[in-house]
Write a protein that binds this ligand. Structure first.
Ligand SMILES: C[S@@+](CC[C@H](N)C(=O)[O-])C[C@H]1O[C@@H](n2cnc3c(N)ncnc32)[C@H](O)[C@@H]1O
Length: 248
C-alpha cells in the first residue's frame, strides 16, 4: 500500500529479503512450514506500516506476524483478510474519513492508500493527473495480494516499545522503524529511537535476531546498502542510501 517509508516490491523490498536469506538460508525452507523438521523461521514485523514487506514475505510462503502501533492501518488489514473491499473513492469520502473511528477500515484507506505519497491525510490523491488516478488501482492490487496470502499473515495493534523481550522459538525480527530525525508518523506518538536500540539488543540477547532498516544504526552490523531515488518535493529528486543492519 502507498505509505511513507514503504519498502515495495518494485523498490528494495525483494532485495532486503535476498540479503536476509543469505544470513539465514533457512528462510528458503518456506512452503514446508508444517512438514519439515527444519522449517523456515517466522518473521515478526513490528513496524509493518504499508504492509509492503508483509505481502512480499507472505507471497514467498513465510509466516509473518505483522504488528504496528497505528490502529487505523491494522484495522484496515484485519478487515481485508476477512474479505473487506474498498468502495469507489470520492473527495467527500476523503473528507469524512478523517473523522471516522480508528477501527474503521475507510480511515486508513483514505488516510494512506489514497493520500499523496501515502502520507497520513497528506491530500486527496485522485483527479489531478493520470498517475494520481493509479492510487486506487494500486490499492486494489494490494488488497487482492493480501487476501490471497492471508493464511500466512496475522496482524495486531502493538506498541513495540512496550513489549518485553523474551525467548521466541525460530523467529526473526525485521524492523523498519520511524527513522531517527525523520518526519514522525502522525497516526502514532513520537518515536524513542534510543529505547528502540536498547530493545533490539535485548531481543538479540534472547536469541531473536533483528534486522533493522535505517540510514544508520548505533547497535547493528551493516549488511547491505541500497541507493534509493525519491522525491524531496513534487519536482526535485533526492537520492538516499537505505541500509540494512543485523544484530544477533
Ligand atoms: C517506516 S514505517 C514502516 C513501513 C513499512 N515497512 C512499509 O514497507 O510500508 C514505520 C512504522 O512504524 C510505526 N510505528 C511508530 N511508532 C511505533 C511503535 N512505538 N510501535 C510500533 N509501530 C510504530 C508507524 O505507524 C509506521 O507504520
Amino acid at each position: 500500500m502507498k505509505y511513507m517509508g514503504a519498502k515495495t516490491e518494485g523498490g528494495i523490498g525483494r532485495k532486503l529479503f535476498g540479503v536476509m536469506s543469505i544470513h539465514y538460508p533457512k528462510l528458503n525452507n518456506r512452503g514446508l512450514l508444517s512438514s519439515t523438521k527444519d522449517p523456515a523461521p517466522r518473521i515478526w514485523e513490528p513496524f509493518c506500516g504499508g504492509a509492503n514487506m508483509t505481502v512480499i514475505l507472505a507471497k514467498l510462503g513465510l509466516h509473518v506476524i505483522a504488528t504496528d502501533y497505528s490502529l487505523p492501518v491494522v484495522s484496515l488489514y484485519n478487515a481485508i483478510v476477512v474479505g473487506w473491499l474498498p468502495p469507489e473513492p470520492t473527495k467527500d469520502g476523503y473528507v469524512v474519513a478523517k473523522l471516522l473511528p480508528d477501527e474503521d477500515p475507510l480511515k486508513a484507506y483514505y488516510g494512506h492508500a489514497l493520500s499523496f505519497g501515502g502520507k497520513w491525510f497528506g491530500g486527496y490523491s485522485r483527479g489531478n493527473s493520470r498517475a494520481d488516478d493509479k492510487y486506487d488501482l494500486d490499492f486494489i492490487k494490494f488488497v487482492k495480494a493480501l487476501y490471497k496470502h492471508r493464511k500466512h499473515v496475522s496482524f495486531a495493534h502493538r506498541n513495540f516499545l512496550t513489549i518485553k523481550p523474551k525467548r521466541l522459538h525460530n523467529t526473526i525480527i525485521y524492523a523498519d522503524p520511524p527513522y531517527r530525525g525523520c518526519t514522525p508518523y502522525k497516526a502514532t506518538e513520537p518515536f524513542d529511537n534510543d529505547l528502540f536500540d536498547l530493545l533490539c539488543v535485548r531481543w538479540a540477547e534472547n536469541g531473536v535476531p533483528v534486522f533493522i532498516s535505517e540510514y544508520a544504526s548505533n547497535v547493528g552490523e551493516e549488511v547491505a546498502a541500497f541507493n534509493v531515488i525519491g522525491f524531496a518535493t513534487n519536482l526535485v529528486k533526492k537520492t538516499s542510501t537505505e541500509k540494512l543492519f543485523l544484530l544477533r
